[in-house]
Write a protein that binds this ligand. Structure first.
Ligand SMILES: N[C@@H](CCC(=O)N[C@@H](CS)C(=O)NCC(=O)O)C(=O)O
Length: 215
């Protein structure tokens, strides 16, 4: 198969980039990565050059360009039908798609007020009622999926649903947002993944700081 190129943003901050990156790593899809530094001089020019949406992530595969995290994940899943990017069981798959789309379209208070920040030392911040509601809703989603599947990931094995919620794992940890036992156990499972640790180590070694993402 022609090799794939995944264009991503700064690993410390780019939550949307983490999603396809970690799924492709965990499910062992070979790809090259290209990093566009966000919020530095000329970053808009770099994004326009690489991305129809002027945002990352973007996937290049031969002549095809696919953008937007979930569209990329769906495309890669179709390219590798033997790898279980989605749960095999149709009911579980429908639920995994529901919560993945919900992540993609919702939880804006959490996403806006608590940016992903892999380097941030854990410390609580004052949070709005909107963030509290988002956190409670995610705790319920995780608890229900883990109880039904038996874990250790949301649907048993790692799927796209785990990739979609991976940046939330960071947010829960670095802003100390949850003490729910199921959420804490699930966070331990995700952060123990070698792919998570690879991304986190690269993020820690990055030199660029985005001021408005440092909360
Ligand atoms: N809905 C898009 C969101 C992508 C997005 O917002 N990406 C951010 C980085 S995490 C970005 O490229 N920002 C660049 C900018 O706004 O200049 C997706 O799922 O891929």
């Amino acid at each position: 198969m022609t090799s794939m190129e995944l264009i991503i943003g700064n690993k410390n901050y780019s939550s949307w980039s983490l999603r396809p990156w970690i799924a492709m790593k965990v499910l062992q899809v070979p790809f090259m990565e290209t990093l566009v530094k966000l919020d530095v001089e000329n970053h808009c020019k770099d994004l326009i050059e690489h991305s129809p949406s002027k945002k990352v992530p973007v996937l290049n595969h031969g002549d095809l360009t696919v953008w937007d995290s979930l569209a990329i994940l769906e495309y890669v899943a179709e390219q590798y039908p033997d790898k279980a990017f989605w749960p095999i069981d149709p009911a579980a798959r429908a639920l995994a798609r529901s919560i993945s789309n919900q992540m993609h379209s919702s939880f804006t208070d959490l996403r806006n007020e608590c940016p992903m920040n892999m380097r941030r030392p854990p410390a609580a911040i004052e949070i709005s009622n909107g963030v509290k509601r988002d956190v409670e809703q995610i705790e319920t989603i995780w608890r229900s999926a883990l109880e039904t599947s038996g874990g250790p990931f949301l649907f048993g094995d790692f799927t796209i649903a785990d990739a979609m919620y991976a940046p939330v794992v960071n947010r829960f940890l670095v802003y100390e947002l949850s003490s729910d036992p199921a959420a804490l156990t699930y966070s331990d499972t995700v952060t123990a993944l070698p792919s998570w640790q690879e991304w986190a180590a690269s993020a820690r070694s990055e030199q660029w700081t985005i001021d408005h993402a440092e909360v």
